[in-house]
Design a protein around this ligand. Structure first.
Ligand code: NAD
Length: 440
């Protein structure tokens, strides 16, 4: 992994350090308290992907179109939707046209791929942002059909991009292409935000504020992500050949938070273990589909646990668990610094922050009712695109493409380390079995 890794100098040049951009938490307001962005001209948006992240589902609170509607009000014009599943795109469009947001969707065109969209559009269409929510296996590279970011930069230079996490889920040797895309984005001065929305939680920004205000140095990050597997019915999610596994596809949110607080990771230091589907302790009773359809080598681990060193010397640890049933996940993220522990609990459902600080052995607890990080993410992006300058502190993109590729690389380093450990264990037990037979 080390050969792909940008040097310390590269990283300094790219402006990344453990001091990451942050937003005053009091500026992160819920959608019903926000006013539509000012102005009267159309704000043309193209949605790439017409799935759950874009139009909502029972799976969770995500639904980008809903946040764009609230932020932009009558200025929103969804210029086009690009999705090979034309009927799905048509169905969501029809639903919007049957509702009070019709003015944003009545002229929307549907294209089955980006090439077709390019043939029928151009600079005259004054697109303000491309919102990419296609599956990551179809993006994040420079290869035809999986290079939508590069195509946007080529055909629509200067137009902003929002892209969902993870940046890709291709083979590990394609990570370099992610860095090349990051460079294109930087070279072309493209505004780009990646969907690590947990960074926009008020609780997370309060943690940042405490660290910044007290000039603290993070000593350790401890992340634990336990999903409710019973509610995950998408076969691709359970297939490493499609989703690259649960650490890369899902645990990525907490690996990203770890980096947001701990800074750059020494990828060569990553060590990991996994509990696999074929081990006794890894048997699950409530998987909603037949896992037997997935080739054994592509079935996902039930538990992955990893540790690493940050460049700062701090230590990171992360555990991803596929064990819970029901619907709610159980996730906790903790940061330690001299005199402080900052513990974020339940960030997806009802974030609670427990803070222990010098002079008090008891924790203070903060709750954040009505917080909506998905809205804050969209709201900040739009304010940056609109270049609202009265207050330069106000709008920030907290997850850049380059930064997101680094998170992607960390998740791959964890997966590879766990697979290495497993292979070593299997080899050792095979050798022990062979030796026992020889002794007999
Ligand atoms: N930030 C979050 O909390 C969050 C939550 C949900 C999903 N996501 C991310 O959003 C992305 C999409 O997930 P989803 O749940 O919406 O998936 P989905 O399967 O519900 O929707 C994906 C859509 O993309 C379409 N598609 C496939 N190939 C395409 C292509 N080449 N161009 C355009 N569209 C294409 C599919 O037909 C489908 O309609 C994933 O990266 C996922 O990790 C993020």
């Amino acid at each position: 992994m080390s050969s792909r890794r940008p040097s310390q100098i590269d990283r300094r040049l790219s402006g990344l350090s453990s001091r990451r951009p942050s937003i005053d938490p009091s500026r992160l307001i819920p959608m019903d308290k926000a006013t539509h962005v000012a102005g009267a001209d159309d704000f043309n948006v193209v949605f790439i992907g017409a799935g759950n992240i874009m139009f909502g589902s029972d799976e969770g609170p995500w639904n980008h179109s809903f946040r764009f509607e609230h932020k932009l009000g009558r200025r929103l014009k969804v210029f086009a939707i690009v999705d090979p599943a034309i009927e799905r795109a048509g169905a969501v469009l029809q639903k919007k046209c049957d509702s009070f947001v019709i003015s944003a969707y009545q002229d929307t065109r549907v294209y089955k791929n980006f090439d077709e969209f390019v043939k029928n559009s151009g600079p005259r269409d004054r697109i303000k942002v491309f919102v990419i929510g296609s599956p990551p296996m179809y993006r994040g590279t420079l290869q035809p059909g999986r290079d939508v970011e590069a195509q946007i930069i080529k055909h629509f230079p200067g137009v902003a991009i929002f892209v969902e996490k993870p940046v890709a889920t291709g083979p590990v040797n394609e990570i370099d292409e992610g860095y090349q895309i990051a460079k294109m984005i930087l070279d072309n001065k493209t505004i780009c935000s990646v969907g690590y929305m947990l960074r926009y939680l008020r609780a997370v920004q309060m943690m940042k504020q405490i660290i910044n205000d007290n000039n603290l140095t993070v000593m350790a990050t401890i992340a634990r992500y336990a999903c409710a597997y019973e509610s995950i019915a998408k076969p691709d999610w359970w297939n490493k050949a499609k989703s690259a596994g649960p650490v890369i596809e899902q645990g990525t949110h907490f690996c990203d938070l770890s980096r947001y607080f701990g800074g750059e990771v020494d990828y060569t230091s990553v060590q990991a273990h996994s509990l696999e589907w074929d081990e006794n302790a890894g048997q699950l009773s409530k998987i909603k589909f037949d896992e037997g359809q997935i080739a054994p080598e592509n079935r996902i681990p039930r538990v992955t646990t990893a540790t690493w060193k940050y460049d700062s010397g701090a230590v990171g640890s992360f555990t991803h668990v596929v064990a819970l049933q029901g619907t709610n996940y159980s996730c906790e993220f903790e940061v330690f610094a001299d005199g402080y522990s900052l513990k974020l609990v339940n960030p997806y459902v009802l974030p609670v922050l427990h803070i222990r600080s010098p002079g008090d052995d008891l924790e203070r607890t903060h709750t954040f009712p009505d917080d909506d990080p998905f809205f804050s993410e969209v709201s900040n992006l739009i304010d940056v695109i609109e270049d609202i300058e009265e207050d330069p502190e106000a709008a920030q993109i907290l997850s850049t493409y380059d930064d997101a590729v680094r998170t992607y690389e960390l998740t791959w380093a964890i997966r590879e380390a766990s697979e290495r450990t497993r292979a070593e264990r299997l080899k050792a037990s095979a050798e022990a079995a062979k030796a026992a037979v020889t002794e007999d």
